[in-house]
Write a protein that binds this ligand. Structure first.
Ligand SMILES: [Ca+2]
Length: 137
């Protein structure tokens, strides 16, 4: 699924189940990014989008602790995850190194999950196309 948030442009929808790394690269190939969430407000906008799309309840987003096994960062940016909205009891397992969102009890919360599991995912793209170019540009 390709998401359009308030500050992001319209895009055609694409759907494929994928492992986390495949999802990350798929978004890049669309000149987009795997979704990042930086505030409660943004989390709620994503919740509404996913709920209204009615395509499922679990999606990969761009958080991972694959790099050092401990610290959660947003990929492909490499920035530390600051705002969080984990489900109760999550993150639950150091072997679950990738981040997904899921809808439970009418809320969108976060869960750590085995990176090799396959889910739908959410790509995003900002209006300013200069922010969605390849790293280093
Ligand atoms: Ca978990």
């Amino acid at each position: 699924m390709v998401i359009n948030l308030l500050d992001k442009i319209d895009s055609p929808e694409a759907e494929v189940l994928a492992r986390w790394v495949v999802a990350l690269n798929f978004c890049e190939s669309l000149h987009m990014k795997l979704l990042t969430i930086h505030s409660e407000d943004e989390n709620e906008r994503v919740h509404k989008y996913i709920r209204d799309a009615s395509k499922g309840h679990e999606y990969w987003i761009g958080g991972t602790r694959l790099v050092d096994g401990y610290k959660w960062i947003w990929m492909p940016y490499g920035t530390q995850v600051e705002y969080t909205n984990w489900s109760n009891g999550q993150p639950s397992d150091v072997n679950e190194k990738c981040m997904q969102v899921w809808i439970t009890n009418n809320k969108l919360t976060w869960n750590d999950r085995d990176c090799n599991a396959e889910f739908f995912f959410v790509c995003e793209r900002y209006v300013d196309s200069s922010t969605s170019g390849p790293p280093g540009l």
